[in-house]
Design a protein around this ligand. Structure first.
Ligand SMILES: C[S@@+](CC[C@H](N)C(=O)[O-])C[C@H]1O[C@@H](n2cnc3c(N)ncnc32)[C@H](O)[C@@H]1O
Length: 292
């Protein structure tokens, strides 16, 4: 892996934009092709309400494109002073200097808590260093990464696309991955409903959830269980048929709707309280990588 990384780094360095004479920090400068920038922003479903942070912002293309195309706001950080100057100059030239700002700053020292969306094109080991801080962001924060993932935290969406003009790699392809920071939902939840006491047990590995639902003397596994930020959904076959649950998790409460499917379909509210908190496999599981 290390040999491969150093080969990648030297190839990247060789192809870096001529204006950049030196690499800084822990990932060398390589531009994301504009077509990939466009796809990343599309996958992150950017709107004018979003605040973006680009870690290792290069010539500023990610935040500048988000500002120009979607009216979003944000900032980028980079250790390379000349790239920061170039990015701010590009933002001014494109008329978005009031919405896209760039700072000479170490990404590991940058406060990212303001982000609605994080954009990243960094080496995989750097992603793993940042991962604990990303998982601690507010649930629902979106993350989009070019080419490299975040270890065992599997993306919600992953595509491979043509990347003409990409300065690295033989096949002119890019991988784009998208995640939503999940809330911590693991534990035991209870509420009263039509079948009496309902008891929901949830296990969690990042955004992947599994579990069981007990009600009316019956205990069944959850089907189609999903967690996106604060939003939970699952299905369970109980006495009156298939039940579809959707809800919003706010700390130790879930408020949502339960729909019983079939001819006599009904919808009613469910309001659960967490009575036992369980560890989610959420924090860093990768040996040798520590949170900064
Ligand atoms: C692969 S380039 C990506 C540039 C840009 N985001 C893009 O996609 O076109 C990585 C960038 O991260 C910057 N970088 C590396 N380590 C950094 C650190 N610790 N703090 C801030 N920037 C860093 C490099 O200077 C480089 O510009």
């Amino acid at each position: 892996m290390r040999v491969w990384l150093s080969i990648v780094c030297s190839v990247w360095a060789a192809f870096a934009a001529p204006a950049v004479a030196q690499d800084y920090g822990d990932t060398p400068y390589v531009q994301t092709p504009q077509v990939v920038v466009d796809k990343m922003l599309e996958m992150a479903k950017i709107s004018s309400k979003d605040y973006l942070i680009d870690l290792g912002s290069g010539d500023g293309r990610m935040i500048i494109t988000a500002a120009r195309r979607y009216g979003a706001r944000g900032f980028g950080v980079d250790l390379n002073k000349s790239l920061v100057t170039l990015a701010n100059r590009n933002a001014a030239r494109m008329g978005v200097a009031n919405r896209a700002v760039f700072y000479e700053r170490d990404l590991h020292e940058t406060d990212i808590t303001q982000a609605d969306v994080l954009t990243i094109y960094l080496l995989p080991e750097v992603n793993l260093m940042v991962r604990p801080r990303i998982l601690a962001l507010k649930p629902g924060t979106r993350l989009v990464s070019h080419d490299y993932g975040f270890g065992e935290w599997q993306p919600d969406v992953e595509i491979v696309m043509d990347a003409p003009g990409k300065p690295v790699g033989r096949d002119q392809k890019s991988k784009v991955m998208y995640w939503v920071v999940p809330t911590q939902v693991a534990g035991k939840w209870v509420w009263q409903g039509p079948a009496g006491l309902y008891e929901l047990q949830i296990d969690q590995v990042f955004q992947k959830i599994t579990g069981t639902l007990s009600a009316g003397g019956k205990r069944v596994s959850l089907d189609k269980a999903a967690l996106t930020g604060n939003n939970i959904s699952f299905e369970a076959v109980l006495d009156r048929g298939r039940h579809e649950f959707t809800g919003k998790v706010i700390n130790n409460a879930i408020d949502g709707d339960m729909r019983v499917t079939g001819a006599a379909g009904t919808t009613q509210a469910w309001n659960a309280t967490r009575t036992e908190l369980r560890d989610a496999r959420f924090t860093d599981l990768t040996p040798g990588i520590t949170a900064r």
